[in-house]
Design a protein. Structure first.
Length: 125
């Protein structure tokens, strides 16, 4: 499964340094995994900004790309220490699961993805 991570964050939160520290680990963990042809690429967009933005969730059925914003609390990140930021960063990835379960995408094993996501997260939190 291909994973991409972009981001919308304010530089004063320190979010970029956490994202860059773990970006490759996330991509490498899922690179050799396959959950079916229903989704071949998941694009995460962590959002940590002072303005309230609406969470975007999109499924491109033609390209088989699932795109989901992961919303983080800007004020929390301003005050949190690095360890707390890292825990919050990884915990945030769980936000995608309810959207995948609700959409019931044909030929995508959401339970296997969920299990692998939890296994990955358990290495860090």
């Amino acid at each position: 499964m291909k994973i991409s991570i972009t981001g919308e964050y304010s530089t004063d939160t320190g979010f970029k340094s956490v994202l860059l520290r773990y970006d490759d680990a996330i991509k490498e963990y899922f690179a050799s995994r396959n959950y079916g042809e229903g989704i071949i690429w998941i694009s995460f967009c962590p959002v940590c900004r002072p303005v309230q933005l609406k969470q975007r969730v999109r499924m491109d059925h033609k390209e088989k790309v699932f795109d989901c914003d992961i919303m983080y609390n800007y004020n929390y990140w301003l005050k949190a220490d690095v360890v707390s930021q890292e825990i919050d960063f990884f915990t945030g990835f769980r936000q995608i699961i309810p959207f995948l379960e609700k959409r019931k995408i044909k030929d995508f094993n959401v339970e296997a993805f969920k299990a692998d996501l939890e296994a990955f997260l358990s290495e860090y939190i």
